[in-house]
Design a protein around this ligand. Structure first.
Ligand code: HEM
Length: 482
């Protein structure tokens, strides 16, 4: 039986997809200059929605010539059309992790790692099953391990605050925490400082990530240098040899320390070296790359929420911890404001905002207002903040409403999409949803729990950058109650 939303979709008028790609070469270059320099990311999309009078339209996406051979996409900028990107029967996710280009596999030891594989490739299911199995088998260690890591970070932040400058750089401290947590999780609680990496791990991953993702970034240079930056970052792909010695160090550290996980991978039928390159990619690109930007986003929005929100969070967290006798996965489940706050952060500012997929077959996609035909092989592109801030789905979508997902609001969770899937669905070997989905939600909750067990409130400032907010903590007020 067709659902009412299916029937509604079938009644939508079929329209040609508006928008144009412009002249070869000049169209993509013009679009990317608009995107990085003339308009900026959000205005780039907003002006095109207005011009085309449609949330689905054709445009080019960076990097364009000469790094991507075909920058043409069909943009999906509403919450109705966006979820087609998760329908793996209809779309293909082969080599599209970074969009219309893929960095050379020399960055990953010559392997196409899991995140670049499509669900129709058998190796995807094999690797994803291995990751999901690993995470499930270590689930009891998540809470104690991350709490230990968090205590180190809060000590460091307090140390920085007590020094001359009287401020603490949140991002670097939490980047190190994200790295240490992932390393300890994968390497049986071994600390990276006990390996040849010393304290270098986060910096090595940062450089390795930067060389892969540079074509998608701008450092926001003064206007006269815009064209120079554009030519330097987007004319030819960066070779991997700039980062190969750093990558080798990381690979060696994981290879010699993640012995048990790699044994398990071999037992599951994977080749040891392929599993290890996949492990490094998951730890460094998927997990570290996501988490190091996630915590600044959480603290920014909770900070902007103000003192009243801090009081309410502290009160809920402290009373549940008291009643339950400690911080456990079960006790976190009882903190309804905390849960809603974390989902609201993930909705309002998803850390990985771009998703791409190619039509496996001729398709019809639906916005709220119309249907559109897409041909097999065409690239679909979703800019997630426009889907999760869709005013036809969320009231006051630009507002941070801490209690949005409490009670009846839970029904809206199917429109929270940060992990490349609906928040009401689970990652599996058959889909492309983030394998760390539940772990990330847990870590964001635990971060706030530990924070508000220690402190009543805080002062901060932030600067927006291409990679998310850069947060400085200016003061922490110690908890006045237990
Ligand atoms: C805040 C942190 C994180 C964010 C925002 C994030 C987001 C995402 C997104 C958007 C994707 C899909 C990319 C695409 O195909 O378009 C993805 C895939 C993936 N993530 Fe995460 N992730 C995070 C943390 C983690 C962690 C902690 C792990 C593992 C412990 C992890 C493991 C993976 C894996 C293995 C994939 C590939 C899934 C597949 O190919 O089927 N991620 N993640």
């Amino acid at each position: 039986m067709a659902s009412s939303s299916d029937t509604k979709q079938k009644q939508l008028p079929l329209k040609p997809i508006p928008g144009s790609y412009g002249l070869p070469f000049f169209g993509p270059i013009g679009d990317r200059h608009d995107y990085f320099y003339h308009q900026g990311r959000d205005a780039f999309f907003a002006t095109r929605i207005k011009k085309n009078n449609s949330t689905v339209f054709r445009t080019n996406m960076p990097p364009g010539p000469f790094i991507s051979s075909d920058p043409r996409v069909v943009a999906l900028l509403d919450g109705a059309s966006f979820p087609i990107l998760f329908d793996n029967d209809k779309v293909e996710k082969r080599n599209v992790l970074d969009g219309t280009f893929m960095p050379t596999t020399s960055f990953t030891g010559g392997h196409r790692v899991c995140a670049y594989l499509d669900t129709a490739e058998p190796q995807h299911a094999a690797l994803k099953r291995f990751f999901l199995g690993f995470l499930l088998s270590r689930k009891d260690t998540f809470v104690p391990l991350f709490r230990t890591t968090l205590s180190e970070t809060f000590i460091e932040i307090e140390d920085q605050l007590s020094r001359k400058t009287g401020t603490a750089g949140f991002n670097d401290v939490f980047a190190t925490a994200s790295f240490n947590f992932m390393f300890r999780l994968l390497c049986d609680n071994k600390d990276p400082s006990e390996t040849k990496l010393g304290s270098e791990g986060p910096k090595l991953f940062d450089t390795w990530l930067l060389f892969q993702l540079a074509p998608l970034a701008t450092l926001g240079p003064p206007k006269i240098f815009n064209y120079l930056e554009d030519i330097l970052l987007r004319t030819i792909p960066f070779p991997s040899w700039f980062t190969s010695s750093g990558y080798k160090k990381l690979y060696e550290a994981f290879s010699t320390s993640a012995v048990k996980v790699l044994d398990e991978a071999e037992q599951a039928g994977l080749k040891r070296s392929e599993a290890c390159h996949n492990l490094v990619f998951m730890a460094g690109f998927n997990a570290y790359g996501g988490l190091k930007n996630q915590f600044p986003v959480v603290i920014k929005w909770v900070g902007l929420g103000g003192k009243k929100l801090h009081e309410e969070l502290a009160s809920e967290i402290r009373s549940v911890v008291k009643e339950e006798g400690g911080v456990t996965i079960q006790s976190l489940e009882k903190m309804s404001l905390l849960k809603s706050v974390v989902y609201e952060v993930l909705r309002i500012e998803p850390t990985v905002p771009y998703q791409y997929a190619k039509a496996r077959e001729d398709l019809v996609i639906h916005s709220h207002d119309a249907s559109f035909e897409v041909k097999k092989g065409e690239m679909l592109f979703g800019f997630q903040p426009f889907a999760t801030k869709d005013p036809r789905i969320f009231d006051d979508p630009e507002e941070f409403l801490p209690r949005r997902f409490e009670g009846e609001g839970e029904k809206l969770l199917k429109h929270v999409l940060w992990g490349n899937g609906k928040e009401t669905e689970e990652p599996s070997p058959g889909n492309k949803q983030c394998a760390g989905r539940n772990l990330v939600v847990l870590m964001c909750r635990l971060f706030l729990v530990e924070f508000f067990l220690r402190y009543d409130t805080f002062e901060f400032e932030f600067k927006s950058s291409a990679f998310g907010p850069a947060v400085t903590i200016k003061s922490l007020t110690k908890a006045s109650t237990l």
